[in-house]
Design a protein around this ligand. Structure first.
Ligand code: FAD
Ligand code: NAD
Length: 492
């Protein structure tokens, strides 16, 4: 299947080596890294065999191109000739051949739907499928609008009780207005080209108990609008979230501060024309154009609750998104991110992820197992648990050396101040002076750490880190008789 990575060629220990579902990547031949692929696509070589022409492809035509040296695959209605890409595919040629001559969208989505195939494969584009797949129309939700002299109010009725400000993502770019309401595994999208100009900023309000969302736009001129606008892509439809595609807006880099020798705290600011909040346990994708190709990587925003001395303008609170990001000097994405100047922009996607705060319901013991930057999802989880739940919560934080521990003193201070929280650092490559715990995740460490407060207390164990760490951890937890429902693992 089309499992195009958006990075060069990850280290064996990198989470990028194993796709979700445990699908391993295959070793690639010398000269077949992502950078080599980018170079080939820039060489001007005719990769489709169509000399730059785009054609309309019928089902029958697509089916004919099902061999390694003549392999076409359709993704979301676009057809690519992936034969030149075969040897560069980290999932291997056989995986790619599973979709040969057919629609590979589902197979692609199962692995990494966020991979930026449009940019990666743009030189392989053959054309569009002759018939576009139909978009299901929304049945449950609908919208309405009304106006005063100076305002236009758009009301979205979701008929859901658990809608909040995290559920609605609004973007107003040029004259296009897009509001995506997340309703369980679906998105209700309203997307219109506005008929008149409005100010950049707007307000969003949610009436939670009736599931009503109100978005108030400010007219630039006090004329009466005859219509809201014309429909754009997916307007007024309810779409499975996995099919919406990632929607990006440009954010500004506001600050960058060193946290450890290789990890930095980045602060991005959303434009005034966007409303977006990243829910607890979810990640977003950051996108940069590197040597002419769009590269996308996932990152988990953190909150600043551990940084008491941290200062920020109070009013604009919701506009800032913080990330703890480790810079890999020989990585593809992070050195570029690190080279950005304050004020430069980075594209940021809608949030994704399957963590739900309902997992905290009636929870008595929360255990967090983090390794390296796998600490990032734990920050908001910890903040939520400390604010909402009186029960026991412990963090076991695995790192290589003392210098690698992110926010060590803040965590120690918190443990000292708040008796409900405890932290244990475990180092895999400590100096001889280290008095604390040593080694990798192990049955002995886990059974000592995972002590229930009551015999049959309701437990949640969150685990995140390098893929081998997470996989090994899950296996060990099962061996210690923790059930699937008691474990939440963070993966791509
Ligand atoms: P890559 O190019 O992927 O390289 C990573 C490492 O592999 C480097 O050391 C590099 O030298 C090595 N490598 C590359 N190619 C090879 C090769 N051919 N052989 C051997 N080694 C090689 N990271 C964070 O820092 N913070 C977060 O909040 C965060 N959240 C994440 C959330 C999710 C859901 C996921 C899946 C990952 C998250 N990550 C996070 C990791 C992040 O997405 C990137 O994987 C990471 O930043 C590395 O990207 P890179 O392109 O700089 O490095
Ligand atoms: P690292 O290389 O500094 O390792 C940190 C610790 O992880 C080590 O001290 C060790 O205890 C453990 N570890 C590493 N390799 C291991 C192995 N093969 N087996 C058992 N334990 C092992 O970690 P890092 O460079 O900070 O990497 C963090 C990882 O977490 C990245 O792969 C990143 O993609 C992932 N991550 C995932 C998410 C997510 O899925 N939501 C979020 C953030 C980070």
């Amino acid at each position: 299947m089309l499992n195009v990575p958006s990075q060069s060629f990850p280290a064996p220990s990198s989470q990028q080596r194993v796709a979700s579902g445990g699908r391993s990547k295959v070793p690639l031949k010398q000269g077949r890294s992502l950078m080599d692929w980018i170079r080939l696509t820039k060489s001007g070589k005719d990769l489709t065999g169509l000399k730059g022409r785009l054609i309309e492809v019928t089902e029958e035509e697509l089916k004919k191109h099902n061999k390694k040296d003549d392999c076409w695959i359709c993704i979301r209605g676009f057809v690519y000739n992936v034969s030149p890409y075969m040897e560069y595919h980290p999932g291997g040629e056989d995986e790619l051949m599973r979709a040969a001559g057919s629609d590979g969208t589902d197979l692609f989505d199962q692995v990494h739907r966020w991979v930026n195939y449009e940019s990666m494969l743009k030189e392989c584009l053959v054309g569009r499928m002759a018939i576009k797949p139909a978009v299901p129309k929304g049945k449950q939700s609908h919208y309405d609008w009304f106006q005063t002299d100076s305002l236009v109010t758009i009301v979205i009725y979701t008929k859901q009780k658990d809608i909040n400000l995290d559920s609605i993502i609004v973007d107003h770019q040029d004259n296009s207005f897009r509001a995506e309401t997340v309703i369980k595994d679906y998105s209700y999208i309203m997307h219109v080209g506005l008929s008149h100009e409005v100010e950049e900023d707007f307000s969003v309000r949610v009436v939670e108990n009736v599931g009503k969302i109100e978005i108030v736009l400010k007219k630039k001129e006090t004329t009466s609008w005859k219509r809201l606008g014309h429909p754009l892509e997916n307007h007024n439809s309810l779409i499975p979230r996995k099919d919406t595609g990632l929607y990006y807006r440009k954010c500004q880099l506001i600050s960058k501060e060193g946290v450890t020798h290789d990890t930095k705290l980045f602060c991005l600011m959303l434009p005034p024309s966007a409303h977006l909040q990243v829910p607890i346990g979810q990640h977003v994708y950051l996108k940069l154009t590197i040597t002419g190709t769009e590269i996308v990587k996932p990152y988990t925003p953190v909150s600043d609750f551990l940084l008491s001395e941290f200062k920020e303008p109070v009013l604009l609170n919701n506009k800032y998104i913080y990330f703890l990001i480790k810079i890999y000097p020989d990585g593809l994405f992070t050195p570029e991110l690190d080279h950005l100047q304050i004020g430069d922009s980075v594209s940021l996607s809608n949030p994704e992820g399957n963590f739900k705060t309902s997992q905290f319901q009636e929870l008595e013991d929360l255990f967090l197992l983090a390794a390296g930057t796998g600490f990032t999802p734990m920050v908001k989880i910890l903040n939520y648990a400390l604010t909402n739940k009186p029960s026991l919560r412990n963090l076991m934080f695995f790192n290589k050396t003392e210098d690698d521990i992110i926010w060590r003193s803040q965590l120690e201070k918190l443990a000292f101040k708040d008796k409900r929280f405890d932290v244990e650092f475990v180092l895999s490559a400590p100096t001889s002076e280290w008095n604390g715990k040593r080694g990798h995740i192990s049955p002995a460490l886990l059974s000592e750490f995972l002590k229930r407060s009551l015999d049959k207390s309701k437990v949640l164990i969150c685990i995140c880190g390098p893929t081998p760490f997470t996989e090994q951890g899950i296996r060990l937890l099962h061996e210690l008789n923790f059930s699937k429902d008691e474990i939440h693992s963070f993966t791509a």
